[in-house]
Design a protein. Sequence first.
Length: 76
Amino acid sequence: MPLKEDRLSRSLKIAEKSRDLWEKELAKSGTTGKDLKKNPRWRALNAECVKIQNRIKAVEDLANRGASSEESSSED
């Protein structure tokens, strides 16, 4: 069952918060910028954020597609 946009948005905020906290921990040890990509935990947290962002886009696209199909069917 696809998730609703509000749940995905909440999940994205949580994932971004986790990633940002880990970035702060890495910054304390001197890891910033491009060096973040070398850290496996940061990559996993970032991948989770990207995955949720893509799911939100897909939900929006489905909503737009449904709205456009309703408009075209009402024109007939």
